[in-house]
Design a protein around this ligand. Structure first.
Ligand code: NDP
Ligand code: HSE
Length: 436
């Protein structure tokens, strides 16, 4: 028997919005059985309310003004529009009315989460954002609840489905970057502005949220080191393969004695590692806890169904907590005073990694010796090398090498010296090698 009705206002009826309404409708009976409540979308907004949507909107009051939905008689506002500014205003309006707020918007939480959580403290509103990271994978719940007893030392993984889909298709099918990106957009994986995906910003939004939850530090988007996949070439993908690696775009957060590393960038992942086998739109996050050891969370990182799954999980969680005293609810913010001994976010110069370097060198005797001599002078030692003879009209051979672990500032100095050699043409390509 269900006697409780939870009234929902949904902002946005695109990929995730329509997917969420559809899930609530299709699974209404099982959800009612599990929760003892009925979930009713009473109002929803979109820019174009005449557009056909992939869900039944009968009985739902539709409007082009999302603030009308926030101000309607709803218990929970579900924000599925995206972006920074409008979403912030809508979130504040909901929270200030004491309405609970569920979102899939990582941009909003990464940039404005600290402010929203502070407002929610005043009104008692719950703010839930499981769908903001890694699509359908309940990794926020895992960090907050499943691993709550652990001290987390590191998390790392593939947290953008669009870039993983692009890199997989480029490598496995030799497809063109722009062509695969267009397909990711058509499938509903990409952000409204897909440069957020390919430029690493979307992954950084997600990493900032995970880092705050894992290490208890405030959300700090400006502290994230961000590189996208724009500069990766098919040649790099192939050379990485020859050296025994797959190229992936990773988010990595690590607690060190000096501070917190928080970085997204392409990385060479050893082919035998589980993360190297995560392909297409799938995401995976490794989390190391001091008692549990290494854990791995895997699943679809984008798309209507998986993301709706996470949004609805939050809606149900919020519903379970309705009417609970604040101290009995799950904290909105990951910030936990005193949890991290070294909470400063470190600059890239402080990273220590193995690196992949690719150089074009004149095809003459002694060239390799000059390169290795410059690296040795900078105390950069080499682990592996492959060399390709000049192709076509080019007078240059391609040299790709993997270094042993070295400090990034030290490596940058070595790269400058390499680029100063007469036998080196153009810039040196540098990518990090992942160590988990
Ligand atoms: P869509 O672009 O598919 O949908 C956005 C919705 O918001 C549309 O219904 C659109 O209206 C409406 N909208 C857009 N701009 C405005 C505006 N200025 N005022 C009012 N309404 C507006 O986006 P997604 O569903 O893909 O993404 C929604 C959120 O979910 C984003 O924060 C995204 O980052 C996040 N997310 C998305 C995932 C995915 O796989 N797509 C996965 C995880 C998170 P209309 O339809 O009329 O244009
Ligand atoms: N654009 C995002 C991605 C959606 O491709 O991962 C899921 O957050």
């Amino acid at each position: 028997m269900t006697d409780k009705t939870v009234r929902l206002g949904v902002l946005g009826l695109g990929t995730v919005g329509a997917g969420t309404v559809k899930l609530l409708q299709d699974n209404a009976e099982s959800i009612a059985a599990k929760t003892g409540a009925r979930f009713t979308v009473v109002a929803a907004s979109a820019r174009d309310i005449t557009k056909q949507r992939d869900c039944d909107l009968e009985g739902v009051t539709l409007t082009t003004d999302p603030f009308e939905v926030v101000n309607a008689d709803v218990d929970v506002v579900v924000e599925l529009i995206g972006g920074y500014d409008l979403a912030r205003e809508l979130a504040l309006a909901a929270i200030q009315q004491g309405k609970h707020f569920v979102t899939a918007n990582k941009a909003l939480i990464a940039k404005h989460g600290n402010e929203l959580f502070a407002e929610a403290e005043k009104t008692g509103a719950l703010v839930a954002y499981e769908a903001s990271v890694a699509g359908g994978i309940p990794v926020i719940k895992a960090l907050r609840e499943g691993l709550a007893g652990n001290e987390i030392s590191q998390l790392a993984g593939i947290i953008n489905g669009t870039t993983n889909f692009i890199l997989t298709e480029m490598r496995d099918k030799g497809r063109d970057f722009a062509d695969v990106l267009a397909e990711a957009q058509a499938l509903g994986y990409a952000e409204a502005d897909p440069t957020f995906d390919v430029g690493g910003i979307d992954a950084a939004h997600k990493l900032v949220i995970l880092t705050s939850l894992a290490f208890g530090i405030p959300l700090n988007f400006d502290g994230a080191y961000i590189e996208g996949i724009e500069a990766i070439t098919t040649e790099d993908v192939n050379l990485a393969g020859e050296l025994g690696y797959k190229l992936k775009h990773l988010g990595i957060a690590r607690q060190t004695e000096a501070g917190v590393e928080m970085r997204v960038h392409p990385a060479l992942v050893p082919e035998s590692h589980l993360i190297a086998k995560v392909d297409g739109v799938m995401n995976a996050v490794l989390v190391n806890g001091n008692f549990v050891g290494e854990t791995l969370y895997y699943g679809p990182g984008a798309g209507a169904g998986p993301t709706a799954s996470a949004v609805v999980a939050d809606i149900l969680d919020v519903a379970r907590q309705l009417g609970s005293a604040k101290e009995n609810t799950i904290a909105n913010s990951g910030y936990t005073a005193g949890l991290s001994n070294a909470a400063e976010v470190l600059p890239a110069e402080a990273f220590n990694c193995e690196y992949y370097l690719k150089l074009s060198v004149q095809d003459e005797s002694g060239a390799l010796a000059q390169v290795t001599s410059v690296l040795a002078d900078a105390s950069v030692s080499i682990d592996a090398v492959v060399q390709h003879e000049p192709k076509g009209e080019s007078a240059c051979a391609t040299l790709a090498l993997i270094t042993h672990e070295v400090n990034e500032a030290q490596l940058n100095t070595a790269i400058q010296a390499l680029e100063g050699l007469d036998i080196v043409a153009g810039n040196v390509t540098r990518m990090r090698v992942a160590s988990f």
